[in-house]
Write a protein that binds this ligand. Structure first.
Ligand code: ZN
Length: 423
C-alpha cells in the first residue's frame, strides 16, 4: 500500500475524518464563493453533526458547472491556480477544473495509491496512453508515476504501431489507457503478428469508459495481463478517485478524499447500499473546485463497506454498468449498451465493435439496427442463440447484422456505440 495508515483506517475513524473534512469544505465554500454557498442553501459548517446531514444539501449537476464556466464555482483566487483540466463533453460549454498546488498533491497522492493498489512499484515501466492535454487522464498517471519514482513513457493517444514498438523495445510492464484502447492495440497486434506474451507487459489500468466484465476477460486473455478498473473524472479532480484491487471485488473509493452516495436518478432520493443508481460525489480535500453532491451520471451500487481481502477499509463500488444518459428507451424497453456488449462478447468470433442505430421508419415506428463485427464467420445456429440471449436478458427483439472486422468507423478517443437518429 502507498499509505497503509490511511488505506486501512477503521470505519469509525474514517467517517469521523470525512465529517471533519466535509465541514472544512463547506467552510471553504462559505468563505470563498458566496454565490456557490448560497446555491447550496448557505449551510453552516458546524451544523453538520453526522455524514447523513449532507443529504439535506441540493444536488449539483454538470449543467450547473457548465453554466458557471469558466470559474464560477472556484473557491480559490486565480493567482493560486497551478493548472487546469477540462472535461471532454460532447456539447455545450466545457467544464474547467482548476487545481491549486495542494490539489495537484492530492491528485498525485490518490494516483500513487491507485498504482500501488494495482501492484505497480517504482521498478515498473509505465506506458501512459491517455492524452496529455486538457482531458485529465495523461497527467493523472504522470503525477502518480512521478510520486512512485517509476520510469514512465508519456506516449499519449494514437500511433498504435509506435505504441507496440515502444512497449516491446522499452520493456513496458504497465499500460494505462481509456478502456476501449486495448481493442485497437489488440487489433494492430494481430495484423502485425505482434505477440504480447513476448513483451514484459503484466498490468493494464483502464478507465474513463464503461467496459463490461466480458470485455475485461478478453483483454486480459489476449494481452496476457491483469487488468484494473480505475475511476474518477475531471469534475472530481481527475482519474484516481478509486480503483479495484487484486481481490477484484469492486472498486475502492478513497473515502478520506471523497464522500460518495447512490441516488435514484429520477428523483435524487438516497438509495440504500446494494441498490443500483447514480453515483453522487462530494469532494473532501479539493481546494480550487470543491464539489458538493455532484451527480456523476454513472450507474453503480455500493457493494460493501467491510474490510476487503486486500486489507483496505475504503468502501467498494460495483463496476460501472452505464451512464444515466446512455440509457436507451426503445419501444418502452430500458437498457444500456453495455448489456448488449456483455452478451456479444461471450461468443467466440464476435469482434469488439458494434453500433446500435435507433431511428423512425416512414410510418413513425421506432426501429433499431444492431451492426456487429465478426472476426470469424458466425453461423446460423450461433446467430439465433445471440438473438435469443438479447431477447432473454435485455428484453429486445433484434437480429444483429454481422459485418467483417474493421468495417465500422473507429473514432479517436472514446468509442461511439449508439447513434440515435430519433433525437
Ligand atoms: Zn481491496
Amino acid at each position: 500500500m502507498w499509505q497503509p495508515h490511511c488505506e486501512t483506517m477503521e470505519r469509525g475513524a474514517l467517517e469521523q475524518l470525512q465529517l471533519t473534512r466535509l465541514r472544512e469544505t463547506i467552510q471553504r465554500i462559505a468563505e470563498n464563493n458566496p454565490a456557490y454557498w448560497e446555491k447550496i442553501g448557505s449551510p453552516r459548517a458546524e451544523a453538520f453533526r453526522s455524514l447523513d446531514d449532507v443529504t439535506q444539501l441540493p444536488l449539483l449537476t454538470k449543467a450547473d458547472l457548465r453554466a458557471g464556466y469558466p470559474f464560477g464555482y472556484a473557491c480559490a483566487p486565480q493567482k493560486e491556480f497551478a493548472r487546469v483540466q477540462m472535461s471532454s463533453g460532447t456539447t455545450g460549454k466545457p467544464v474547467l477544473n482548476p487545481y491549486t498546488r495542494a490539489d495537484i498533491l492530492q491528485w498525485a497522492e490518490c494516483m500513487a495509491r491507485c498504482l500501488t493498489t494495482a501492484g505497480v512499484t517504482r521498478e515498473d515501466v509505465i506506458q501512459i496512453t491517455p492524452s496529455f492535454g486538457l482531458p485529465n487522464g495523461g497527467f493523472g498517471f504522470h503525477y502518480g508515476a512521478e510520486a512512485l519514482g517509476a520510469f514512465y513513457i508519456p506516449a499519449g493517444p494514437g500511433r498504435t504501431l509506435l505504441q507496440l514498438q515502444l512497449m516491446r523495445d522499452l520493456n513496458a510492464t504497465v499500460i494505462t489507457a481509456i478502456a476501449t484502447y486495448p481493442l485497437r492495440l489488440m487489433e494492430a497486434a494481430r495484423e502485425e503478428n505482434f505477440d504480447f506474451r513476448q513483451t514484459k507487459l503484466r498490468v493494464g489500468i483502464f478507465g474513463s469508459e464503461i467496459w463490461s466484465d466480458e470485455l475485461r476477460a478478453r483483454i486480459g486473455r489476449e494481452m496476457g495481463i491483469e487488468t484494473f478498473d480505475i475511476i474518477g473524472m475531471t469534475e472530481t479532480g481527475g482519474v484516481g478517485m478509486g480503483i479495484d484491487c487484486a481481490a477484484h471485488q469492486g472498486n475502492h473509493v478513497w473515502q478520506d478524499h471523497y464522500l460518495v452516495e447512490i441516488v435514484n436518478p429520477q428523483n435524487g432520493a438516497l438509495l440504500p447500499d446494494g441498490q443500483a443508481g447514480e453515483l453522487v460525489v462530494t469532494t473532501l480535500t479539493r481546494h480550487a473546485l470543491p464539489l458538493i453532491r455532484f451527480r456523476t451520471g454513472d450507474v453503480t451500487r455500493i457493494i460493501s463497506r467491510e474490510r476487503c481481502d486486500c486489507g483496505r477499509t475504503h468502501l467498494r463500488l460495483a463496476r460501472f454498468t452505464g451512464r444515466c444518459d446512455d440509457m436507451i428507451i426503445f419501444k418502452g424497453v430500458n437498457f444500456y449498451p453495455s448489456q448488449i456488449e456483455q452478451i456479444l462478447l461471450r461468443h467466440e468470433g464476435v469482434a469488439h465493435d458494434y453500433h446500435i442505430t435507433l431511428a423512425y421508419d416512414t410510418h413513425g415506428n421506432e426501429t433499431i439496427e444492431l451492426v456487429v463485427e465478426q472476426t470469424n464467420f458466425i453461423g446460423e445456429v450461433e446467430r439465433e442463440r445471440i438473438a435469443r440471449e438479447i431477447l432473454d436478458f435485455v428484453g429486445l427483439s433484434v437480429t444483429p447484422n454481422y459485418v467483417a472486422a474493421g468495417t465500422l468507423a473507429r473514432p479517436v478517443g472514446k468509442a461511439v456505440r449508439v447513434i440515435d437518429k430519433r433525437k
